[in-house]
Design a protein around this ligand. Structure first.
Ligand SMILES: Cc1cc2nc3c(=O)[nH]c(=O)nc-3n(C[C@H](O)[C@H](O)[C@H](O)COP(=O)(O)O)c2cc1C
Length: 151
């Protein structure tokens, strides 16, 4: 296993569910995505959080920079969503979702107190939720977004 000094990258993006995937119920589509993600992210050493609501996804992925980049390349070509907008990409000293290969929250779920590790984790949870509700423009209005832009 890489030591604590191994470089880590974090991205945040948002996208919209494709009309062509509409034959699937929202729940079934999310289950499909989570099923693959939880297996593949484990082998790719990726962790993160996906939020879905009202036709919009917001996701954060963290892990080795080359793995994050390669996964985002795959994800952005996935036809089950479109209008993929990268909102944030930066090195990070630590994972916020180390114990989740892909945590999931629906737009309407209560946010569990134990979701994520550290102060950035809750900021990220709230940011993804705000982006799902308000679209990409909402990113800058969140505490994580404001912090990321100032950095
Ligand atoms: C919104 C969204 C998020 C996704 N997140 C992941 C992810 O975190 N990990 C993953 O392996 N696949 C994710 N996928 C699925 C990938 O796009 C892809 O279908 C999957 O990795 C299988 O790729 P492969 O058939 O080339 O192995 C996501 C898809 C969508 C639409």
């Amino acid at each position: 296993m890489p030591g604590p000094s191994a470089p880590l990258m974090r991205i945040v993006y948002t996208s919209r569910r494709s009309p062509s995937a509409m034959h699937l119920e929202d729940d079934a589509l999310v289950e499909q995505i989570l099923g693959v993600s939880r297996v593949k992210n484990a082998t790719w050493r990726l962790s993160g959080l996906l939020v879905f609501g009202a036709g919009r996804f917001a996701q954060t992925l963290e892990g080795p920079p080359d793995m994050v980049a390669a996964m985002f390349d795959t994800i952005r070509q996935d036809e089950r969503h479109h209008d993929v907008r990268l909102l944030h990409q930066a090195p990070t000293p630590a994972r916020c979702f180390a114990t989740w290969t892909m945590a999931y929250l629906s737009d309407l779920d209560m946010i569990p107190a134990e979701m994520g590790i550290g102060n950035d984790a809750m900021a990220l949870v709230l940011t993804l939720r705000a982006v799902v509700r308000g679209g990409p423009a909402a990113f800058a209005t969140t505490s994580f977004g404001a912090m990321a832009q100032a950095a």
